[in-house]
Design a protein around this ligand. Structure first.
Ligand code: AVJ
Length: 326
């Protein structure tokens, strides 16, 4: 480090954020991991995205739960008592439909939402306990992408793990399988996983969902740079980057990029790093994989789950798939 002349900035050099940025912006092409989107402003923008007319995912998955929650929970229970965990629970907006169905079928249920954000978990826990009598919320603050541990339920219950909302879509097929195998390894015979995946559909519909008319997704993407400015003392000009969504048919994924509108240089003081951009150069900020029919079930099998049943909406836009530990 340099001399004692300047006071140490209150910046996080060795934080996971710093590590990810140092690494990702040194790559060719440049990239940043999608989890960086979710600071407070980013989480709020994502909530806004879920209500956009173009963003069919959330309301389509909710419509499947609205129509089928009883059936889904009955298949998952298979006659036993369930407790329900949820990976990346966030605000747990759609989960209520499943929790209500569980209460209906077995009288009461323990709900274990898992998320990295204590604030969001606390709010969700309060709301759910207030709204659904019979649900006891046991929040777990955990980054499930870095490993996961579940104590076996002591009262003979089976565990149903929810991984819904197309969160799995951020992971490349190999990573996705690895993540689900890790979930599988924390479970016991009879336990189950409910996976929500987005399906391949008309390209224009997919693109509109990730490039909405109101520009909320663009703001969500650019907020990443705002976050780096704040947390790492960087000097990105978010408006000199454009939001771009594209369909990669070969890999069956929507990709989101930030495109430099001009040649420019950014400094990231906490990393003592400068980053140069050519005009048109991109930062790849997200992949959102879209599954073909039968692929989700294949993924479940590859991760060691027995596919039990799948549900979809009438347009076949989204699928909810149940797998069980044999
Ligand atoms: C939270 C990963 C499901 O991929 O659709 C929404 C994130 N990115 N708009 C998705 C997202 C841009 C979202 N997931």
């Amino acid at each position: 480090m340099s001399s004692a002349a300047s006071p140490a900035p209150a910046l996080q050099i060795d934080s996971p954020v710093g590590e990810a940025v140092r690494h990702g912006l040194s790559e060719h092409p440049k990239r940043l991991p999608a989890w960086l989107f979710y600071d407070q402003a980013g989480s709020r923008l994502f909530e806004k995205i879920t209500g956009l007319p173009e963003y069919y995912l959330t309301r389509t998955e909710r419509s499947i739960f609205a129509a089928r929650a009883g059936e889904i929970i009955a298949r998952a229970r298979d006659g036993a008592r369930l407790r329900i965990a949820e990976l990346g629970a966030g605000s747990a907006a759609k989960t209520s439909l499943l929790l209500s169905a569980a209460v209906e079928l077995q009288g009461a249920v323990i709900y274990e939402p898992i998320d990295v954000s204590p604030g969001i978990l606390r709010a969700a826990a309060r709301r759910i306990e207030r709204e659904i009598a019979g649900v006891t919320v046991a929040p777990r603050i955990m980054d499930y992408t870095n490993g996961l541990s579940f104590a076996p339920p002591r009262n003979g219950e089976r565990r149903l793990v929810l991984y819904i909302g197309s969160s799995i879509g951020n992971f490349e097929p190999e990573q996705a399988a690895r993540l689900l195998r890790r979930v599988r390894s924390t479970l016991r015979g009879g336990d189950a996983l409910l996976l929500g995946v987005d399906l391949v559909k008309d390209r224009d519909l997919l693109l509109a969902a990730y490039d909405d008319a109101a520009g909320v997704t663009a703001a969500f993407n650019k907020n990443l740079l705002v976050r780096l400015n704040r947390e790492l003392g960087a000097d990105f000009d978010p408006q000199s980057f454009a939001h771009r969504a594209l369909w990669n048919g070969t890999k069956s994924r929507i990709e989101i990029h930030l495109v430099s509108r001009k040649p420019q240089r950014a400094r990231i003081s906490a990393l003592e790093m400068t980053v140069d951009f050519a005009a048109g150069e991109t930062i790849h900020t997200e992949n959102s994989y879209k599954y073909a029919p039968a692929e989700p079930e294949l993924l479940l099998s590859r991760a060691g789950f027995e596919p039990v049943a799948s549900w979809t909406d009438e347009k076949n836009w989204f699928a909810v798939c149940l797998g069980r530990v044999a």
